[in-house]
Structure formats: C-alpha cells, structure tokens
Design a protein around this ligand. Structure first.
Ligand code: C2E
Ligand code: MG
Ligand code: MG
Ligand code: MG
Length: 286
C-alpha cells in the first residue's frame, strides 16, 4: 500500500478481495479431499432436560483438522461448502457418521444432525437419511434433524413433502436458531416440528432484569407448548442465564454451562463415569 491515498487504498482493497477469493477456493479444494481422507470428525454437545439435567440428545457438530491450518471452524467452512455442491457430500458424510457413532450410545439418547437448507434443494434428504439408517441400523426415533427457517424459503412444497416423508420414517425435526431468520409463523403450524431451538442471541446476557429477551423467550415457550413442541435454550453459559431460562420454562438446555461438544471417545468416557446427569460447571470454562 503506497502513500498517496485513493489509489494505494484501492490496490490494497482489491488485493484483499483477491486473497479472500483465493482462500475460499483453497478451502473448497481442500474440503473435497478432507471428506475423502478422514480429516473430519464429529463432536457431540449434550442437550439436557431442564427438570433433572439429564442428557436426552447430543448435537453432532462437524470439526475439520486441516493438515496445514489445524482446526478450522464449521462457521468458516460450512458456508463455503454451501456455495458449492460440497455441502451435499459433506451432509451425507455427517449423516452417516452421526448415525454410526450414536449406535454406541445408550439407547435413550438421540443424536441431532444439522441439515443445511441447500441440501433440501440439492438432494433427496429422506433418501440420504434412509441410507444412513439402513446402513447403521440406528432406530429412526433416535435421530433428530436440525433445520433452519431458511428451508421454507426455497421450494416450500418440495421441502414440505420431504419433511413429511422424514416424519413418516419416524425421524424427529427441530427448528434451529429460531428467531433469527425470516420468522413467518405460518410454517410453525404446517411443518411437522417436534422442537424449537431458541437462538443464543436471546439467551446471552440474560438475567432477571432483562425484560425484552425474557419476553421473547416467554412467548416462544408458550407458543411451543400450545403446539406440543419442546424448546431448547441455546448457548447457556452463565448461572444467571441458566436460572432465567429455567424460570421462563424452556424444556431443554444446551450450552457451555453443561458441556462443550465432546469427541466420541470423551463422550463415552463421560457417560460411563458420570451417567446421564450433567452438573452446571459455571461460566467461561471452555
Ligand atoms: P448451530 O447448529 O446453531 O450449533 C451451535 C453452535 O453454538 C456450535 O458452534 C456450538 O459449539 C456453539 N455453542 C454451543 N453452546 C455454546 C455456548 O454456551 N456459548 C457459545 N458461545 N457457543 C456455544 P460450532 O460447532 O462452531 O458450529 C457453528 C455452526 O456451524 C452450527 O450452528 C451449524 O449451523 C454449523 N454446523 C456445524 N456442524 C454442521 C454440520 O454437520 N452440518 C451443517 N450443515 N452445519 C453444521
Ligand atoms: Mg444446530
Ligand atoms: Mg443452533
Ligand atoms: Mg446457532
């Protein structure tokens, strides 16, 4: 970047942009290999029942150990995969691995798998799910799919049919990051949902004096109850947040206060030693 203002700045900016594009292309290329060469793994984050803090479900979260860059966050590579067809093969890999690993858990535990909205427009999701269930022998009732509000934007009829087919197979459906998307309430009555996950943005910093977010959580909880759906408060980190979401009636809780996502091995050890019950660990431990 040279002195002389405008021109130098422009050059600086355009080379940044190029680097950004190059980085994305590199991630895309490397991710293609990663799916085939076992650089990916799943970690599992407990979701506990509010009433007794027993784990009922674990959310599969994909992790990428890149040979040169080390661990890369899914927040970084899932969007790149979504811009290409890679999300479909990534999604198939995740589905298969999650079902396989869940067969080693106690039968009372479900596994939750994130499915990108792009997968609903690019692939036959029920077919992918059925293949994974058949191959691994996992009971469909132990599988939950996490979808986001954006799935209802693309092709509402096609998506609706796939969701119904999944329900018919016995798989459960959860609406992830609720409240951050396009929030049309129509699909809450038409889509066969079992669970609403209240986005972390309504939970973080929550305490007894926070009336706005508390009012939103109260409304979501009461809506969900009327529709016979469970609610999960996402991203609970602090004792104040735990106390408040408990008092507001969320039926389930997920967050660092109970546990970060664990490797399969760490999870199995934890279940063996501590059973299903998780104790709050206090804030900022991870
Ligand atoms: P998500 O589905 O909403 O997952 C929850 C994210 O919040 C996870 O981040 C989790 O580690 C993080 N989290 C959980 N508890 C807390 C907490 O108490 N505090 C804070 N600050 N964060 C918490 P992660 O693993 O980095 O995943 C980010 C996003 O990447 C996920 O958000 C999901 O949208 C996407 N993702 C992850 N794995 C997959 C996958 O296998 N397939 C697809 N399509 N997307 C995935
Ligand atoms: Mg999720
Ligand atoms: Mg979420
Ligand atoms: Mg989220």
């Amino acid at each position: 970047a040279a002195k002389g203002g405008g021109r130098g700045q422009y050059r600086f900016f355009s080379s940044e942009l190029k680097d950004g594009a190059r980085l994305r292309r590199q991630i895309e290329e490397d991710l293609r290999d990663a799916i085939q060469t076992d650089q990916l793994e799943l970690n599992y984050q407990p979701i506990v029942r509010t009433s007794d803090h027993n784990v009922t479900c674990l959310e599969a979260l994909v992790r990428w150990n890149h040979p040169e860059r080390g661990w890369i966050s899914p927040a970084e590579f899932v969007p790149v995969a979504e811009e290409t067809n890679l999300i479909n093969s990534l999604g198939e890999w995740v589905m298969r691995r999650a079902c396989e690993e869940a067969t080693a858990w106690p039968e009372t535990l479900r596994v939750a798998v994130n499915v990108s909205a792009i997968q609903f427009s690019g692939t036959d999701v029920p077919k992918v799910v059925k293949a994974a269930l058949d191959k691994t022998g996992l009971n469909p009732a132990r599988l939950e799919l996490e979808i986001t509000e954006s799935v209802f934007l693309g092709d509402p009829q096609g998506t609706g049919a796939m969701l119904k087919a999944l329900k018919k197979m016995g798989v459960r459906l959860a609406l992830d990051d609720f409240g951050t998307g396009y929030s049309s309430l129509g699909y809450l009555s038409s889509a066969p949902l079992d669970k609403i996950k209240i986005d972390r943005s309504f939970v973080s910093g929550l305490n007894e004096e926070d009336n706005n977010n508390a009012a939103i959580i109260t409304a979501i909880v009461s809506l969900a109850r009327a529709l016979k759906m469970e609610t999960v408060a996402e991203g609970v980190e602090a004792m104040d947040e735990l106390a408040t979401v408990t008092q507001l009636g969320a039926s389930h809780i997920q967050g660092y206060i109970f546990s970060k996502a664990l490797s399969q091995q760490a999870l199995l050890e934890r279940l063996e030693q501590g059973g299903l019950k998780f104790d709050p660990e206090g804030p900022a431990k991870h």
